[in-house]
Design a protein around this ligand. Structure first.
Ligand code: 1HE
Length: 261
């Protein structure tokens, strides 16, 4: 499966990891209409063997955001539909078939940060920097950033980034919650792949609960959240795979004892 600006490679002994790479390095992986649709189609079309995905960008930068050259000609109605097209594509990333680990380096800006924030785990190397230049370009986020980014770092920090053009460094990004992992320069992909390989060994229903139930529970009032949690817990623990995993642990057969890292 390959698109002009998006390369998809299925790896792993059981073909369980999809590596999805933005390959528009000449334009700093800026996302035009064709590319956002290719991202949508990539997540719709993953083979059934895939259990986790890594997304990264070719060249010096993860992603320079929206392709600004396509912005000039749109009227209000087209702008609305364009934003909704991004929402639909990034919805497939967040609520798609498998957990997605973003491997970040260089610029993670504008729509690039919106794409990264739709992923489940973000690994950044030391070259990474984050910004929301929409504020300086006279526009607003349109790829779900106003919903997802405040949930990672709070509305106050996002307001500051957009109002002042503040650029967040890799270290600060990890501290405030833009990335869960910070690794040395050049190591983001390997770490993301290692994590994806680990995530792929989870029971699929556990990953499903983490992707689909947890973010919804986090939005619910506590009483409803507790109830949804109980329903999800009951469904997850009734799966034969959960019973086998618990039995293996109790019989000392599981290699997944909790260890200090
Ligand atoms: C682009 C884009 C782009 C680069 N659209 N063409 N995003 C931004 O406002 C960020 C704009 N980009 C930058 O600030 C810089 O390009 C970077 C910091 C990411 C990288 O800098 P650098 O020095 O490595 O590259 P460059 O020389 O600026 O760019 C190389 C080429 O990529 C150049 O084209 P060329 O034909 O002159 O070689 C640039 O024009 C092109 N390029 N970024 C189009 N974004 C769903 S709504 C989301 C709203 C947004 O994302 S707004 C924020 C957009």
């Amino acid at each position: 499966m390959t698109h002009q600006d998006l390369h998809i490679d299925i790896r792993g002994e059981q073909q369980e990891i999809a590596v999805i790479r933005l390959t528009r390095a000449k334009k700093r992986n800026a996302i035009n209409d064709a590319l956002i649709l290719a991202i949508r189609d990539a997540f719709d079309g993953l083979p059934a063997t895939v259990r986790a995905a890594v997304i990264d960008g070719e060249g010096e930068h993860f992603c320079a955001g929206l392709d600004l050259s396509e912005l000039q000609e749109r009227d209000a109605g087209q702008g609305l539909l364009h934003s909704r097209m991004w929402h639909a594509a990034l919805e497939r990333v967040q609520y798609g078939p498998v957990p997605v680990i973003a491997a970040l380096h260089g610029a993670v800006v504008g729509g690039g940060l919106e794409l990264a924030s739709a992923c489940h785990i973000r690994v950044a190397d030391e070259t990474t920097f984050y910004a929301l230049p929409e504020g300086s370009r006279g526009i607003f986020v349109g790829g779900g950033g106003s919903v997802r980014i405040p949930r990672l770092i709070g509305a106050a920090r996002m307001t500051d980034m957009m109002m002042t053009g503040r650029v967040i460094s890799a270290a600060e990004g990890e501290r405030i919650g833009l990335a869960q992992y910070l690794v040395p320069t050049g190591n983001a992909f390997d770490k993301a792949f290692e994590l994806a390989t680990r995530v792929a060994t989870n029971a699929p229903l556990t990953n499903y609960a983490l992707m689909h139930a947890l973010p919804r529970i986090a939005e619910q009032p506590a009483d409803q959240g507790f109830f949804t949690e109980a329903m999800m817990a009951a469904i997850a623990q009734s799966a034969p795979e959960a019973k086998k995993r618990v039995r293996d642990f109790l019989e000392g057969k599981a290699g997944t004892k909790v260890q200090k890292s």
